[in-house]
Design a protein around this ligand. Sequence first.
Ligand code: GS8
Length: 218
Amino acid sequence: MANELVLLDFLPSPFGMRVRVALAEKGVKYEYRDEYLRNKSEFLLKMNPVHKKIPVLVHNNKPVSESLIIVEYIDEVWNQNSPLLPSDPYQRAVSRFWVDFVDKKMYETGKRVWTTKGADEEAAKKEFIEHIKLLEQQLGDKPYFGGDTFGYVDVTLIPFYSWFYTYETLGNFSIGESCPKIIEWDKRCMEREPVKKSLPEEKVYEFALMIKEAYGIE
Ligand code: GS8
């Protein structure tokens, strides 16, 4: 079977980065298409008519949407190497719990850090650090959330690292001061070639500044 693979994505998106990291970890080649989200392509609208969002992985003309569903799909289809989800059902459930936590908390809280001011911004920074501390507890002394191997929680969380500079600079606070362990984990992940090549930090900061200007956020 031909394996025609197209990823509809947007460079600064932490959701898209999850898919890029998962594909890179598996060593799967694909065609990358950057979408202009203010003027989405007909192809994106056709492939994700419900949410009209990136990322969408189009595999042999069949779309898979929602980053976490895509990462699980990748792990099932390219199952010969670098397993991302644990084989044990209980460990798989635990991974999915933390992936769900990251998905529900990190993006929204992080966004509040750089798009709000005053009491809202302070509350967001406090919450953000609290979330990371919970994640640090879950990491414990393991090198990765997946244990000795880089896994599903790692794939889901690492894209936020490329947003840390933006959160810290625009929010004027230090994540590493309160959470040194997560920074050690981040650096460990970044030593992995598939991770490093999938996370564009400068593009994220440029994008955040552009959004702030476009929406008149101080
Ligand atoms: C979120 C994707 C998303 O928000 C997932 O894939 O995990 N739950 C989904 N994509 C954004 C870009 S990143 O901020 C998007 O495509 N937005 C376009 C729009 O809202 O019109």
